[in-house]
Design a protein around this ligand. Structure first.
Ligand SMILES: Cc1cc2nc3c(=O)[nH]c(=O)nc-3n(C[C@H](O)[C@H](O)[C@H](O)COP(=O)(O)OP(=O)(O)OC[C@H]3O[C@@H](n4cnc5c(N)ncnc54)[C@H](O)[C@@H]3O)c2cc1C
Length: 493
């Protein structure tokens, strides 16, 4: 028996003796159902699956892994697009989606305490009757979990105005990789000392498992106005976005779709977007009625000045839903126009939109593939969908290459290798393009402080794994005299 199979047998035995019998899955067919997340081209069947329903069960599973040195990976709904919840063949996958009660809603304090497996949208559904909602709204909000949102620091259409998940989490209960329990953050607006909560949010399951989250609730806005604007091309639409934000207006959302994304959405949901549009913007404004009215007039005017040939303002909630339907269905809709596609995720400064979209088209033409764009234009968060047909020899490689070149393009323009989908397994290789060895060492030191033996979601985020025994290179006096430099828009010391 190999070391790993001995440890797997020992962990399985321990889990069976401590957890309910239906919580431990070893049957190969049932385990195979968890072999990937939303990034379908990486697949690994976990050795054991634990369906956790409370903190004690999570802790028992982590302690078993710690004792026997087996890796574990937390999984929410598995909608991640960067392979963050990709299991380990010799490890335990701890599935959190059954751990899903909303424990407490305090409208007066604008707080809710939720289990990690609670579905994002359920918080707003529960709190809306009291006039509150949970602002971060990934397009997957009908299925993704709060634990996954916290781990990925997820965003969404309305994060332009309201900020990503990090801005809406007040405290977390966590089972650390050595099997202890900690609470990070407070229910007060701010806490003294190091921002350990901040380090955990966005750490992609590498610092432990969140078992409870206290999240901030926002008051439902008095008024919401949504309009759709059709443009000849993405240059004009991009210029309108910059003009609106440059004028000091912060819409709740500004989303852009290009011609190919519109074509896909039309094929899937017949959204009836303006005929002949090379790009559309969905612009949403919210707040007090008078403020929204004046911002709506100004935003509409900026769109017209930058070439919008058709503007439709939603008269009621039904029309508003109709405008959003095309945008919200666009990812899945791309399957209507291409058998295969890669969802890329990168960020650029908003003002670089026209130039980057033009160069992206050139990259796609050079690679012989097509790229559809549907994205959060207001914060420069791009989601290019690289379309290809795996049945055509060479196309998958060309798509992969184009997808990588798009990331380089984002970095060249002072952007980032990922906006909201995380680094996961997929983008770990790109981390050195954005960060120096010293940057990565610093991050690894934080990781080691939480997870000295490296068992919590290993192989994700970092290009090369490191255990705490492998002390990162120490700084020498000569290092300190180096002058700061800038690479790809990142300050490096
Ligand atoms: C159609 C579609 C649209 C999407 N749109 C958006 C979007 O607009 N914005 C956006 O940001 N993302 C979007 N995503 C990506 C994805 O939905 C988010 O990253 C989401 O937060 C993942 O949640 P999940 O519950 O599915 O997590 P999983 O995919 O199961 O896991 C994601 C990561 O979180 C870790 N994790 C899960 N639970 C815990 C926990 N309790 N404690 C610690 N770590 C944990 C996992 O180990 C993994 O690293 C989209 C995905 C799809 C398929």
């Amino acid at each position: 028996m190999s070391d790993a199979s001995g440890s797997i047998a020992a962990v399985t035995e321990r889990l069976r003796s401590t957890l309910p019998s239906d919580a431990v899955i070893t049957d190969p067919t049932r385990r195979a159902a968890y072999d990937c997340d939303g990034l379908l081209h990486y697949r690994v069947t976990p050795a054991v699956v634990v369906l956790a329903r409370d903190t004690d069960q999570v802790q028992a599973a982590v302690q078993a892994c710690m004792t026997h040195g087996l890796p574990f990976v937390a999984r929410g709904s598995g909608t991640g697009l960067s392979g963050g919840a990709l299991p380990h063949a010799d490890g335990v996958l701890i599935v959190m989606s059954g751990f899903r009660e909303i424990r407490e809603v305090s409208a007066r304090d604008q707080r809710a305490v939720v289990d990690p497996g609670v579905i994002n949208l359920q918080i707003s559904q529960r709190t809306r009757p009291d006039g509150y909602y949970f602002a971060p709204d990934p397009s997957s909000q009908q299925i993704c979990t709060i634990g996954g949102n916290v781990a990925e620091n997820s965003g969404g259409a309305h994060c332009l105005k309201y900020g990503f998940t990090a801005a809406h989490v007040l405290s977390l209960d966590v089972v650390t990789p050595d099997g202890d329990r900690f609470a990070f953050g407070t229910r007060a607006p701010d806490a003294p000392g190091y921002d350990v909560l901040g380090a955990f949010v966005g750490s992609e399951g590498t610092l432990g498992i969140a078992t409870s989250a206290t999240v901030r609730l926002l008051r439902t806005p008095e008024t919401v106005q949504t309009f759709l604007a059709g443009f000849a091309d993405t240059d004009a639409a991009g210029a309108a976005v910059s003009a609106i934000i440059g004028a000091g207006i912060v819409p709740a959302a500004i989303e852009m779709m290009d011609a190919l994304a519109i074509e896909a959405a039309e094929a899937a949901v017949a959204c009836n977007y303006p005929a002949g549009a090379g790009a559309v913007l969905v612009v949403e404004l919210d707040g007090p009625g008078a403020e929204v009215d004046s911002e709506l007039a100004a935003a509409e005017q900026h769109c017209r000045e930058h070439g919008a040939f058709e503007i439709r303002i939603a008269a009621d909630d039904q029309e508003r839903q109709a405008i959003w339907r095309g945008r919200k269905s666009a990812f899945a809709a791309v399957g209507r126009i291409s058998p295969d596609y890669i969802v890329q995720d990168g960020v650029i400064p908003r003002t670089a939109l026209p130039e980057v979209l033009r160069r992206m088209k050139q990259l796609a033409d050079d690679g012989g593939v097509r790229v559809a764009n549907v994205f959060h234009a207001g914060d420069g968060n791009l989601h290019p969908l690289v379309l290809f047909d795996d049945a055509v020899p060479g196309q998958a490689d060309a798509a992969e290459e184009t997808s990588g070149a798009i990331i380089d393009l984002c970095l060249e323009h002072g952007g980032s290798i990922t906006g909201e989908h995380g680094v996961g397994s997929d983008k770990a290789k790109h981390m050195p393009k954005m960060f120096t060895e010293d940057d990565l060492d610093t991050m690894q030191r934080i990781r080691c402080a939480f997870d000295p033996t490296g068992i919590s979601n290993p192989g994700k985020v970092f290009p090369t794994p490191r255990l705490c025994g492998e002390v990162p290179r120490r700084h020498s006096a000569s290092d300190d005299s180096r002058t700061p430099t800038t690479t790809a828009g990142v300050e490096i010391f």
